[in-house]
Write a protein that binds this ligand. Structure first.
Ligand code: GLC
Length: 752
């Protein structure tokens, strides 16, 4: 009898979604009355006008734009960043019959004029607080230019580095992405004080599962299970909604056959009904019109009907709403109440921003690149750098013990590419490159420089010999390689993730001929496939695209002014054929175990089943080259004496643990401690590990610290087939460690 009962699974329905924070919820009684008043005074045509976002004139007001505003046929403009023109647009809107100010939108993804590391690099910092600060600064600079709405944070989770937009994500993990979601929303929206003169409305995008595009090809098909949707792709958006994000942008992709921009289930059922989202749902750039391409709408009227019925409140740039919604209402195919509901959300955001009281921006002197902005960009760039290899502690470079240093490669002095993708307002003239920073640290006379290649895709080897000659006169060579910024970002997917052009040959050429150490620094918008290049170099530092202050940051770390602390927000593949490759994978029924065959080890004429039928590859390891969370420092950290406060957890009890962390190295450094959990047996198969906590711990040489961590009971949960978030009883495992592939572990049980 008991043996049957043992397998009975008791579900704890855990109310884990924290209710939206009171001070950030978008519903405020006093403002709702105002919104109702404006709504009641508007004609149907004026209401529909609010649902259209049109392209601005990029510094001038075109006659058609002026006419639309005067006639109340537009509720928002995109891409106006001249504060005087923005104020002029607002004046026009207030002189229109309904006097409703404009939302002025812009992609402020990782900085406005001060450019921070690309979001993948921000993810590598594992430092939400500092990332929040970057969003505050970006909001301040954007607002100063007249922008009051940013289309960020991008919260797509992806496990496919072929996809160009991996550069814009915070990586492969929903927990890390959710932490960054909360940070960015509160940074842009000033902790819910949208009337703050430096606040901008944030926009969580791209809703939803855009990061799961098949084959990493942008805009491609997405087929995703309910469980993956609920446990991987939705959590960051839920976190943003809980923090009071003002808007959500729908994605270009379809989800299981229904385009995200016309998906009633994800928009109306989950976002608006289940989560109670009260902000604006805006389409992506003409993603409504793309329903025609998807073969999901017959014509413009069908586009408008399906999009508004799904819950898209505002159409970006394409004009099906302003062309067809009035007709649909007149034909009784769409109740006017649906229009009212959409316009209410739009007016709500304008009210929360205080635009009715004052839509104008007082121009300020020198709003950009202020000292605090550059300091934050410098600090974030430094924290984003991930040290992948450091043979015999060749880094940091002991600058007082060497004479000349060679700085080579097409990314050593590439001010535009260093800024990364999704930069519209950053100016390359304001970038501090590694070459400039190293020259200022060491003195130009000690720095021997040659780009060797004109850009990352340059195939020419004509300057290799000259570069070798130059480097031969140096005590150490820093080789800066990677991707131009154009090789990642929207619509920039790649299937070969190697170093483009002749860069790999350059690494090999120098490593085989240089007598002195070769250090590799990689700037890229994605994890590249770098097997042999890692072997050829004595040390490898991954810099993503580090932004305006990438040069000083790299100089600090390379010369030991600061220890690297960045950790990988994505797994690094050994080969494209492993993709999708990520740490939170399932165990399968036949996990690989030694000995794992290799192409070389298979006997000639081996019998069909002689190699063992397990989940491995014949020609490549199943492990990543570098795991999620990996990163070296100049310290040496030891984890020991892991203790669980209790090894039987009752419902709603926290999981409390502590361990000792020691820095037995000779340099002060920061460790990103990570905690992973696994539900060993459940009503659905569970990942072998899931990140549930991380924190940065800085220790001096010889210092040790007892680190105590408490995980909420919800850290053990998942969505079951009935879409309920549950924590099931049974055995769990927990790890603390430096990355997803190492750590101390303990088991514990969840009881009744
Ligand atoms: C683009 C992007 C989206 C961006 C929007 C406005 O196509 O997909 O991320 O915010 O258009 O530029």
């Amino acid at each position: 009898m008991w043996k049957h009962l043992k397998c009975v699974v008791v579900l704890f329905l855990v109310t884990v979604s924290t209710p939206p924070r009171a001070e950030t919820t978008l519903l405020r009684r006093d403002m709702e009355k105002e919104v109702s008043k404006y709504l009641s005074q508007m004609t149907l045509r004026e209401k529909i006008g609010q649902m259209y976002q049109g392209e601005a004139g990029y510094g001038k007001i075109t006659p058609p734009l002026r006419e639309r505003i005067e006639q109340g046929k537009i509720g928002s403009v995109i891409n106006e960043v001249d504060v005087h023109v923005a104020n002029e647009l607002q004046k026009l809107a207030l002189s229109s019959p309904h006097k409703i100010p404009l939302l002025i939108g812009r992609d402020v993804i990782h900085g406005f004029r001060t450019i921070f590391p690309i979001p993948l690099g921000l993810g590598a910092t594992f430092d939400p607080e500092l990332v929040k600060r970057s969003a505050q600064i970006a909001g301040r600079e954007a607002r100063a230019s007249g922008v009051n709405w940013t289309f960020a944070p991008m919260l797509d989770v992806t496990r496919d580095p072929r996809w160009g937009r991996v550069a814009e994500t915070f990586g492969e993990d929903p927990f890390l992405t959710s932490k960054m979601a909360r940070a960015m929303v509160n940074g842009f929206q000033r902790e819910g004080d949208l009337r703050h003169r430096e606040a901008v409305a944030a926009c969580a995008k791209h809703y939803v599962a855009y990061g799961a595009v098949e084959a990493g090809k942008d805009y491609n098909t997405v087929v995703v299970s309910e469980q993956e949707l609920r446990d991987v792709h939705l959590p960051p958006f839920k976190a943003a909604v809980e923090e009071g994000v003002a808007a959500v942008m729908t994605a270009f992709n379809e989800i299981n056959g229904i385009p995200a921009t016309a998906n009633i289930y994800t928009i109306r059922d989950i976002l608006k009904t289940e989560w109670g989202f009260q902000g604006v749902v805006v389409s992506d750039w003409a993603s409504t019109a793309n329903l025609l391409g998807h073969g999901y709408a017959e014509d413009g009227r069908d586009v408008a009907l399906k999009s508004i019925q799904a819950g898209v409140d505002m159409e970006m740039v394409s004009t099906h709403y302003i062309e067809s919604l009035e007709w649909l209402v007149q034909q009784k195919r769409l109740p006017e109440s649906t229009i009212d509901a959409a316009v209410r959300r739009i007016l709500r955001i304008k009210t929360l921003l205080g635009l009715f009281e004052n839509p104008y921006v007082q121009p300020v002197t020198q709003p950009y690149l202020r000292q605090d902005a550059l300091r934050t960009a410098h600090e974030l760039a430094r924290e984003s750098l991930v040290l992948l290899k450091n043979e015999n502690n060749i880094l940091p470079v002991r600058r007082h013990k060497i004479g000349k240093i060679a700085v080579l490669g097409p990314l050593a002095d590439a001010p535009l590419d260093q800024l990364g993708t999704w930069v519209f307002d950053g100016k390359k003239e304001e970038t501090r490159t590694p070459l400039v920073s190293i020259r200022s640290l060491l003195g130009s006379d000690r720095v021997l420089y040659d780009p060797v290649l004109t850009h990352s895709r340059d195939q020419s080897k004509s300057r290799f010999e000259q570069a070798l000659g130059l480097a031969s006169g140096a005590d150490i060579t820093l080789l800066f390689v990677g991707e131009e910024s154009i090789l990642s970002g929207e619509a920039h997917s790649r299937v070969h993730l190697n170093l483009p052009g002749a860069q790999s040959s350059l690494v090999e050429y120098l490593s085989q001929r240089l007598q002195k150490p070769l250090i590799l620094i990689v700037m890229a918008g994605r994890p590249l496939v770098l097997g042999k290049e890692i072997e050829w170099a004595r040390a490898v530092l991954y810099a993503w695209h580090p932004g305006t202050m990438g040069g000083p940051a790299l100089s600090d770390v390379l010369f030991g002014l600061q220890s690297p602390s960045g950790r990988l927000p994505v797994s690094f593949p050994r080969a494209e054929g492993q993709i999708p490759i990520y740490y939170a994978h399932k165990n399968t029924g036949r996990p690989p175990k030694e000995p794992i065959p290799t192409m070389e080890s298979i006997p000639i004429g081996a019998p069909q089943t002689s190699l063992g039928n397990l989940a491995f590859y014949l020609d490549e390891s199943t492990d990543p080259l570098f795991p999620f969370g990996f990163g070296l420092t100049y310290g040496k950290f030891v984890y020991d004496s892991l203790r669980l406060i209790r090894d039987r957890i009752q419902s709603n009890q926290s999981v409390d643990l502590s361990f000792r962390l020691s820095n037995i190295g000779t340099t002060k450094a920061t460790e990103v401690v990570q905690v992973y959990v696994r539900d060993k047996v459940a009503s659905l198969t569970r990942p072998v590990k899931e990140l549930r906590h991380f924190q940065r711990v800085t220790l001096r040489p010889g210092e040790e610290k007892r680190v105590a961590i408490s995980l909420p009971f919800s850290a053990l949960g998942f969505h079951n087939p009935q879409k309920e978030f549950v924590v099931e009883q049974g055995e769990f495992e927990i790890w603390v460690g430096p990355h997803a592939a190492a750590g101390l572990s303990r088991s514990f049980k969840v009881d009744q």
